[in-house]
Design a protein around this ligand. Sequence first.
Ligand code: PAF
Length: 277
Amino acid sequence: MKVFERIVDLKNELFQLRKQGKTIGLVPTMGALHDGHASLIRRSVQENDATVVSVFLNPTQFNDKNDLERYPRTLEADCKLAETCGADYVFAPSVSEIYPTPDTRHFEFPPQSTVMEGAKRPGHFNGVCQVVSRLFYITRPNRAYFGEKDFQQLAIIRLMTKRYHPSVEIVACPIVREESGLAMSSRNVLLSDSQRKVASHIYAVLAEGRQFVPNTPVAELKECTIAAIEQKPELKVEYFEIVDGNTLQNIEKWDDASYVVGCITVYCGKVRLIDNI
Ligand code: PAF
């Protein structure tokens, strides 16, 4: 496996592959790789001739400086995991390599981009689209792999790709969970052992709640879910929305949409965890 820091080196390498008719899979990450990322990398390795894993902590998608500073950085371990999973390249550029000048492009995909994470983290999806679009221009992948844990991000990336990079196929991969049910996330390493245990309560409640669909009204299930999660004093729900999985707008009745998703964000101490069902 080769590690590149410079765009020009990666581009030269991929140019040669494309000339030979080889397909390229891209797995964009911000590092601190875990088994969830491993599943994306393995899937890309299966489906493409070459796999590029990008490791770039993208500053433009953080609206909270402390969050960016706290984010775990583990490049050496990331390279090892990428290699074990069969990746061909890790692309680990500096901020100035990706943004030699500020990215002034503005991405908005209402109504999907304005609710939930879009409302709570202004500018976040704009930053995500900026970096993913740049990575697509650099690597020109046939396929790009994203986890369903970030359900809204996946929806926005699909919209951005359809408009600006229509030749890239977006591949959505299922959420990988720890044995306890906690959705795998780079942020989980920020949890203490006891917080990690408590955080598994989030998915336990979501999974239990699903059994009450469609016999409990949407609003009641929402209220009960939040109350059940907050029974643990360490957990504070930022939002729990039950949405149409395509428009991401709240539903009022179960038959308002044929594809319904419950999206949640919970603070466990200072750590912000997201999940969906
Ligand atoms: O999901 C992530 O890790 C990031 O938002 C992404 C897609 C790699 C863009 O920085």
